[in-house]
Design a protein around this ligand. Structure first.
Ligand SMILES: Nc1ncnc2c1ncn2[C@@H]1O[C@H](COP(=O)(O)OP(=O)(O)OP(=O)(O)O)[C@@H](O)[C@H]1O
Length: 292
C-alpha cells in the first residue's frame, strides 16, 4: 500500500497480513505510519495504491461491519451512558437487541465496569473511558479487530484483562491487529510482529524468530575484574564493538559471529572468564536496531 499526504510519503509499499486466529503486534516510532495503515485497512481512509483483502476478497460495507475498530481518536459520546452506547453500537453493526445487551453486560463485567453501566462516559477516569472504547470495538463480536494503541493509559489490571480478551478472541478465530509502544507487552501478547519505519515494513515475523536472527552476534562476557568504561582491551580487538560495560561484564558485538571462540580464547589468555553467553536481544533492542 502507498499513501501520500501532500508531498509526504506516509506509506511506501507497506504490506502485511493478519491471519484469522493470530494476534499481530504493530510497532514503529511516532509518525511511522501505523494509524494511516489501520485507517486504510478499515476503509476510513483511501490508499493511493494497493489493495486490502479479507478472506480473499476486497471487503464491502457488509463485511466491514464485521470488523471491530478502536480508532486513535476515540469515538464515543462523552454524555452517553456506557451500556446504552455499547448496545447502540452493536445494533449499528447488525446485532439484534437481546444479543447486544448480553454482550454489553458481559464486556462491562469483564472490564470491571458493570457497576457503572448507567453512568455517563465523561464521569469515568481516562483509563476507564479507555476500557469502554475497547468494549465498543468488541461488542458486535467482530471477525477482524484493528486496535490503535488499545493499551495506552490502562493500569496493569486492565492491561491483563484486555490481553486475555484479545487472546480469547484470537483463539475463537478472530484476526487481531494492534499497535502499541509498550514493547514488553507486545512481546508477551503477539504471535507475529510487524515493525514499521518511515512508512516501510522493516521487520516482520514471530518475535522469537526475529530475536534469534538478531542473537547471533551479541555476547555477554564477564572477565571477573573491573573493565574500564570503554571496555579496555576488548575495544581494541579487531571486529569487536563494545556495546556496554558494567563492572566486569561487557556486552560486545562481533562483526563476524563465528569468531566468538577466538574472543573467548583471548579473554582466557588474560585471566579467568566467569561468563560468556550469546545475548538474545529484547524486542526493544531489536526495535532500536531496525529503526536506525
Ligand atoms: N491527515 C493527515 N494529513 C497530513 N499528514 C498526515 C495525516 N495523517 C498522517 N499524516 C502523516 O503521515 C505520517 C504517518 O502518521 P501516522 O499517524 O500513521 O503514524 P503513527 O505510526 O500512527 O504514529 P504515532 O505512533 O505517533 O501514532 C506522519 O508523518 C503524519 O504526519
Amino acid at each position: 500500500m502507498t499513501r501520500r499526504f501532500g508531498d509526504r510519503l506516509a506509506l511506501d509499499g507497506v504490506s502485511l497480513s493478519v491471519p484469522a486466529g493470530r494476534v499481530v503486534g504493530f510497532v514503529g516510532a511516532n509518525g511511522a505510519g501505523k494509524t494511516t495503515t489501520m485507517r486504510i485497512v478499515l476503509g476510513v481512509l483511501a490508499q493511493d495504491s494497493g489493495t486490502v483483502t479479507w478472506r480473499g476478497a476486497v471487503p464491502d460495507l457488509a463485511v466491514r461491519r464485521r470488523f471491530g475498530y478502536m480508532p486513535e481518536e476515540r469515538g464515543l459520546y462523552p454524555k452517553g451512558q456506557l451500556a446504552e452506547q455499547l448496545v447502540y453500537l452493536a445494533r449499528l453493526h447488525g446485532v439484534d437487541r437481546r444479543t447486544a445487551q448480553l454482550r454489553t453486560g458481559e464486556l462491562l463485567e469483564r472490564l470491571g465496569l458493570a457497576a457503572r453501566a448507567k453512568e455517563q462516559l465523561e464521569s469515568l477516569s481516562l483509563g476507564n473511558q479507555q476500557r469502554v472504547q475497547i468494549a465498543a470495538a468488541l461488542v458486535h463480536d467482530p471477525e477482524l479487530l484493528v486496535l490503535d494503541e488499545p493499551f495506552s493509559g490502562l493500569d496493569p489490571i486492565a492491561v491483563d484483562a484486555m490481553a486475555q480478551l484479545l487472546r480469547e478472541r484470537a483463539a475463537a478465530g478472530v484476526g487481531v491487529l494492534f499497535s502499541s509502544h509498550q514493547l514488553d507487552l507486545v512481546d508477551r501478547l503477539c504471535d507475529e510482529l510487524v515493525v514499521l519505519h518511515s512508512g516501510r515494513v522493516v521487520a516482520a515475523g514471530e518475535p522469537e524468530q526475529l530475536r534469534r536472527a538478531g542473537a547471533r552476534s551479541r555476547f555477554t562476557l564477564d572477565v571477573g575484574a573491573p573493565l574500564a568504561p570503554d571496555g579496555d582491551w576488548l575495544g581494541r580487538v579487531p571486529g569487536v564493538r563494545v556495546v556496554s560495560v558494567a563492572g566486569s561484564r561487557a556486552v560486545v558485538e562481533l562483526a563476524d559471529p563465528d569468531r566468538g571462540q577466538e574472543l573467548l580464547a583471548e579473554a582466557l589468555r588474560r585471566g579467568p572468564v566467569l561468563e560468556f553467553v550469546p545475548q538474545v536481544p529484547t524486542l526493544s533492542e531489536l526495535f532500536t536496531e531496525v529503526a536506525r
